[in-house]
Design a protein around this ligand. Sequence first.
Ligand SMILES: Cc1cc2nc3c(=O)[nH]c(=O)nc-3n(C[C@H](O)[C@H](O)[C@H](O)COP(=O)(O)OP(=O)(O)OC[C@H]3O[C@@H](n4cnc5c(N)ncnc54)[C@H](O)[C@@H]3O)c2cc1C
Length: 484
Amino acid sequence: MVDVAVVGSGPNGLAAAVTMARAGLSVQLFEAADSVGGGTRTAELTLPGFRHDVCAAVHPMALASPFFRAFELGRRIELLVPEISYGHPLDGGRAGIAHRSLDRTVEGLGADGRAWRTLMEPLLRRLDGVIDFTQGSLLRLPRDPAAVVNYGLRTLLQGTPAWNMGFAGDVAPAMLTGVGAHAIGRLPSLATSGAGLLLGVLAHAGGWPVPRGGSQAIAAAMADDLTAHGGRIELAHRVDSVAELRSATGAKAVICDTTPRALAAMASDQLPERYMRQLESFRYGAGVCKVDFALSGPVPWTAEELRQAPTLHLGGTRAAIAFAEKEVLAGRHPENPYVLAVQAGVVDGSRAPAGQHTFWAYTHVPAGSTRDCTEDIIRAVEKHAPGFRELILASSTQTARDVGAYNANYIGGDISSGAVTLPQLIRRPVLSPDPWRTPAAGLYLGSASTPPGPAVHGMAGWLAARSALKNTFGLPAPELGLQA
Ligand SMILES: Cc1cc2nc3c(=O)[nH]c(=O)nc-3n(C[C@H](O)[C@H](O)[C@H](O)COP(=O)(O)OP(=O)(O)OC[C@H]3O[C@@H](n4cnc5c(N)ncnc54)[C@H](O)[C@@H]3O)c2cc1C
């Protein structure tokens, strides 16, 4: 018998479990798969010795997330921070380069450097305020209203058809669009520009790190802390009913790292009709097709600087990417898709045998698509790195349908666990200053389907756990650091 049961071991489920265990409660975590981690697993998907991130690969939020800061993630695992946060190849061997140094980035952008500085510098100066505002429920008083004004005005400008105002060339706008497209949505829109600006400013702050050895290191650090504080982990155990879970474990609090759809299915007998309707009306977004490559050598990018950039955005100009994303939302596979790629070997030699490399890439596709996009991705890379195809030793593809089958939280291949639109950022999945608390006593939802939304930050789980500590146990939030 335990105090707390957690369903799902993604970064949010683990963050919730760690927080509850650190508060002195007994915790049992149930995971449907046969390993912990959800979207932060690493595996030999292609050939022996090639370690691929199955889902998340690059972690701007790992250094910025208030949960991971409190947890001191940076002292528990090695986060390799590159000098170049991301690169964006364009026609004619050109490339946009976001250095960690804002000054170097501005210098590289020539005539548009000033506009880039005007966009980023005020956000960089008030970064803590921007993080505070974006990493919780949007329905609460921000700690730094000036940061919110700066962030809000820039989100408005970049999220409307006036988004090119102030830029003369095509490089800086393409770079901003490549980052905003991480959110998988309409371009321009307030949701994609808000997400893009946050990731964009982090590129010039802590940077865009990759963990040594792969993203599994993040999950392992949390799982180790959980077990060190008495928590138990049960793998290969899918939870189908919250009532059965409660009677089997005696848990006073249940925290679900699941989608609203799964919560509704597991707890329909405990939740009021109105809340159930809200869970059922939550919308899921487009999917991704993910391809991992084992390469015999580094990617021969025409633009030399791209060879030092772990993260790359392919798809061309701002207009081209916006068009490709529009096609996806209309249910079509674009001819020239947006591709997000990571060559972790640039900073982490442990991912492949000496001299060889892994290459991680995905492209957006309509929800539930069964299209194998391997060829589309190879063509997109070949355009800017002729000879890429000859380096391929093996590849492994997950269609959007496979992504959904791999993890129940990615419905139809939606890696955000719910469409990222402005209404769904405010109402995720309900309009409340405490959206992690459900109307059923002791039942909480703490996944990417709750604020602050997708990405590996652990914040949703941490905030759900804090709500459970306060509302179910009357306990304060515990210290999470190494010395605590
Ligand atoms: C291909 C891909 C690439 C990505 N790239 C990045 C990236 O580079 N950077 C980044 O920050 N983010 C990235 N993401 C997004 C990121 O992985 C997710 O936002 C994040 O993992 C969400 O965390 P979570 O804890 O909410 O859920 P998940 O990590 O999805 O974990 C949910 C867990 O719950 C389990 N579960 C669900 N239902 C049940 C049940 N009924 N019983 C028991 N267990 C259950 C699942 O098996 C899973 O293990 C990517 C995702 C994918 C799929």
